[in-house]
Design a protein around this ligand. Structure first.
Ligand code: B3K
Ligand code: ZN
Length: 858
């Protein structure tokens, strides 16, 4: 398969101002008639032909200007038509089989309903079309089908007309906003809606619907409320109003990703729509709010202004992630949301950036664009724009985004357009900052503090590691928010923004009689790693006193990371180990006792660094040793703080269920307490967890307790798992949790459990949620995936090979964990590489999996 390069971009020689589609819908056979008006693009080089992309399509009929066409040819999957004139009308008929579409791209059947997923290149599986984001058209769509089977017919835009004759009915939809094909969507099925409305500041009344299957309606309230909050927030914070009279959301249970921002008709994974107290955790509720916000915000950052080509993906994704993060910060606890977002970045994006799949947020090439919907494009992309906001300040940044929306409305834009608009609107000079778009790799910032007389000097150095295809890097501007604490008073005299824009830099601060304690990268102002020699005393100081919540969290993390890294390296004798654990326990005790903290934040401060994050800190990770030391520290903390943790659990359990932050925080610390107790006192923890499980009146408590039980070799384990399954066997999203909990548990027999679950009647490779529930959880499990004999690696490779022909996009995602081989100790590394080679040799791989495996082998 060919490599597509950013530098090869050329505008499409044709404009397609009008698209008329007619669908005669059937689950096994759908007939698509497409009528396109095409005219020469004055801004492009003229071409005697028009290339219409197809993917596995069979052409049934083709007319040019109403006459059967004889001047066309197939070029691979594409249809190439010779066109002599300035303007033509093409009529194209294709027949497709939605039921046979297991890739879930294009038009497919899910649970008897029909729906579409077109981003990035799914439209070409429906009809022949210039399937690229810079071709914008106005769509008019007629859908017809059996009324009993598809009582609801939905498409983008507004419903223009509808009718029926006997058993068949039809609807005609019109979307007034020109859009690229990837934003096209239709849904046909037996659905019911929660309806509401929203009035924009401009006075437009928008009808809102959340469409689900009968029986799921009472779990849509949170989604609807989240939508209304998103609409209001985008008006207030970014000045963006909705632009149609109708906004539809449809929940689908078979879906490759979280959701899709199709114009006026968002299609969602059920996981990000359905939520109630009984079946969804607090984390699930937050997920719904965040994803509803994200897709809604795309209406401006993505739809009104789309991408010129797929190399610009972060233009819409990075910006929209930033927008959804800021939205959630405003809706919930801002500091906790920031910490969660950094945890995701460091747990998923940092490893990507230091591995074989590293790429810049604006990549230079790809084979399969689906492989570039990555944490780098999304999460690092958001961090890069967040840095612009930090440098400009909120107000100036808003001027920049206003200018961007204004200047490029209705266009297919580039990252460069965005940067220029922020420069012009916010008054920033981003010439050097553009390097963040082209250079991959997480910068490492080293910092040393020296003190002389009354002056403290900070010496900074930045170093950007080599990544595939990028050996040498230039220094980038790195905005670091810092504060210097006086040891005596426990205070600082204000925050500074240090711009580290050279390879090395020294910054001096006068007025310090004694060496200060440095608090650095406050709020995680830059997506970098910080390397500094810092004493445990200073970390304990910051963990107790830092007024920046993120920096305080970071000090706790650093305390644990520092200890675990040296413990794994075998650098500590038992006295040193005890001393370190003692310090960490003291810091924990302070957090447990600090009554100025709310429980949501307390829960964060008590969180252990993840196995993935710890592995990142080592040149060659030893998964087995990391797991051992991490569990040992957990046990040590659990026994040192047993009574405080029991008190915390008791206090938190006394709070009745509510959706406010205090109650959410209480539920969070309850399970955190259990996890430490489980490591130290499994019997005590098992009893407590069993009580929490059976007394639970909400999913957060129930799942938390079951998670702890699933990791214990306790008699209560089996009973609780069985009860959970029987209670929720009819709810697929909860059954997903049941699979996940077992696949990611701390239980020594996880491998056997996963094998058994693979044969469970509820397991299927056809449903991505179910596949991820079992295997993503397993691949993230700290010990089982890395089993010494390589059985975990083999299971994932087997899965990839079996899933690839069914759902290539989902299969390719499982290559990532095996791709970590270069950063793992030699014995396991060889086994991982061996599995990648086995996949590579299999032949007949999808483009998705082929690309990921090839890149991963390096
Ligand atoms: N834009 C979609 C991504 C769909 C990609 C499919 N391969 C979801 C989102 O980011 O909002
Ligand atoms: Zn998005």
């Amino acid at each position: 398969s060919a490599i597509i390069r950013r530098e090869d971009y050329t505008p499409f020689p044709w404009l397609v101002p009008q698209v008329h589609l007619s669908f005669e819908l059937g689950v096994e056979q759908t007939r698509v008639t497409s009528r396109l008006t095409v005219e020469r693009n004055p801004a492009a080089d003229a071409s005697p032909t028009i290339r219409l992309n197809g993917d596995g399509l069979k052409l049934s009929e083709l007319q040019v200007d109403g006459e059967p066409c004889s001047t066309h040819a197939m070029d691979g999957d594409d249809l190439v038509v010779t066109l002599p004139g300035e303007r033509h009308e093409l009529t194209i008929v294709t027949q497709i089989d939605p039921a046979a579409n297991s890739q879930l791209m294009g038009l497919y059947a899910s649970n008897g309903m029909l729906c579409t997923q077109c981003e990035a290149e799914g439209f070409r599986r429906i009809t022949f079309f210039p399937d690229r984001p810079d071709v914008l058209s106005t769509y008019t769509v007629r859908m017809s089908g059996p009324a009993a089977q598809f009582p609801i017919l939905l498409c983008n835009g507004n419903k223009a007309d509808s009718g029926g004759d006997g058993d068949t009915h039809w609807a005609e939809w019109h979307d007034p906003w020109p859009k690229p094909a990837y934003l096209f969507a239709l849904v046909a099925g037996d659905l019911v809606a929660r309806s509401d409305s929203f009035t924009t500041t401009g006075g437009r009344t928008v009808e809102l619907n959340v469409w689900v299957r009968d029986g799921d309606l009472d779990r849509t309230e949170h989604a609807m409320e989240s939508l209304k909050r998103s609409m209001k927030w985008d008006e207030e914070v970014f000045g963006r109003e909705y632009d149609l009279d109708l906004f539809n959301i449809v929940a689908v249970s078979d879906f490759n990703m979280g959701a899709m921002e199709n114009k006026g008709l968002n299609v969602f994974n059920t996981k990000y729509v359905l939520a109630d107290q009984e079946t969804a955790t607090d984390g699930d509720f937050d997920g719904v709010e965040g994803v509803i916000g994200h897709e809604y915000f795309h209406n401006w950052s993505g739809n009104r202004i789309t991408c010129r080509d797929w190399f610009q993906l972060s233009l819409k994704e990075g910006f929209t992630v930033l927008r959804d993060q800021l939205f959630s910060q405003d809706m919930d606890s801002a500091p906790v949301k920031r910490i969660e977002d950094v945890r995701i970045l460091r747990g998923v994006q940092f490893p990507e950036d230091s591995g074989p799949l590293a790429h810049s947020i604006r990549p230079d090439s790809y084979r399969e664009i689906s492989n570039f919907y990555t944490p780098t494009i999304y999460n690092k992309g958001a961090e890069v724009i967040r840095m612009m906001r930090t440098m400009a300040g909120e107000e100036a940044f808003r001027k920049g985004t206003d200018l961007y929306f204004d200047r490029h409305d209705g266009e297919a834009a580039t990252c460069e357009d965005f940067i220029t608009a922020i420069e012009d609107g916010a008054g920033l000079d981003l010439r050097q900052f553009r390097l963040w778009y082209s250079q991959a790799g997480t910068p490492k910032v080293s910092v040393a503090v020296t003190h002389d007389g009354d002056t403290a000097a900070l010496t900074f150095k930045q170093d950007i590691p080599a990544t595939p295809g990028q050996a040498d890097k230039q220094p980038m501007p790195i905005p670091l928010r810092i504060a210097l604490f006086d040891r005596e008073s426990g205070k600082h005299d204000g925050e500074h923004l240090v711009m580290l824009d050279t390879a090395e830099k020294e910054v001096r601060f006068a007025g310090f009689a004694a060496p200060p304690v440095l608090s650095i990268n406050r709020g995680f102002s830059a997506p970098v790693t910080i390397d500094r020699a810092v004493s445990r005393d200073d970390l304990v100081f910051l963990a107790a006193k830092d007024d920046d919540p993120f920096a305080r969290y970071e000090a706790m993390q650093d305390l644990m990371v520092g200890h675990l890294v040296s413990a794994v390296a075998g650098e500590m004798d038992s006295a040193e180990r005890d001393a370190a654990r003692q310090d960490i326990a003291c810091a924990f005790a302070a957090v447990l006792e600090d009554d100025r903290l709310d429980d949501l934040m307390r829960g964060e401060l008590l969180m252990m660094p993840s196995q993935a994050y710890l592995s990142e800190q080592m040149l060659l990770a030893e998964p087995g040793r990391i797991h051992e030391e991490r569990e040992a520290l957990k046990a040590a903390l659990g026994s040192a703080l047993e009574s405080q943790l029991l008190t915390l659990h008791k206090r938190a359990s006394a709070l009745p269920f509510a959706l406010d932050q205090a109650a959410k925080g209480a539920r969070k610390v309850k399970t955190v307490a259990l996890t430490y107790l489980a490591a130290a006192k499994p019997d005590t923890a098992s009893d407590l967890a069993e009580k929490q499980y059976s007394g639970a009146d909400n999913m957060t408590d129930r799942q938390g307790a079951l998670m702890v039980l699933a990791g214990l070799q306790s008699p209560a384990r089996t009973g609780a798992l069985l009860d959970f399954y029987n209670r929720y066997r009819d709810n697929p999203l909860v059954v997903d949790k049941w699979f996940s909990l077992q696949a990611s548990s701390l239980h020594p027999q996880v491998l056997q459990h996963v094998k058994a679950l693979r044969d469970h009647p509820d397991f299927t490779l056809k449903n991505p949620n179910r596949v991820r529930a079992l295997y993503m959880a397993f691949a993230a499990s700290p010990h089982a995936f890395h089993a010494e004999d390589g059985e975990g690696y083999r299971m994932i490779a087997d899965l990839i090979l079996e899933l690839d022909p069914i759902n290539a996009q989902t299969a390719a995602r499982f290559v990532t964990p095996l791709g970590r081989w270069q950063r793992i100790e030699p014995a396991r590394s060889a086994l991982m590489r061996g599995e990648l080679e086995r996949i590579a040799e299999a032949g007949n791989l999808s483009r998705d999996t082929f690309e990921q495996v090839t890149r991963s082998l390096g």
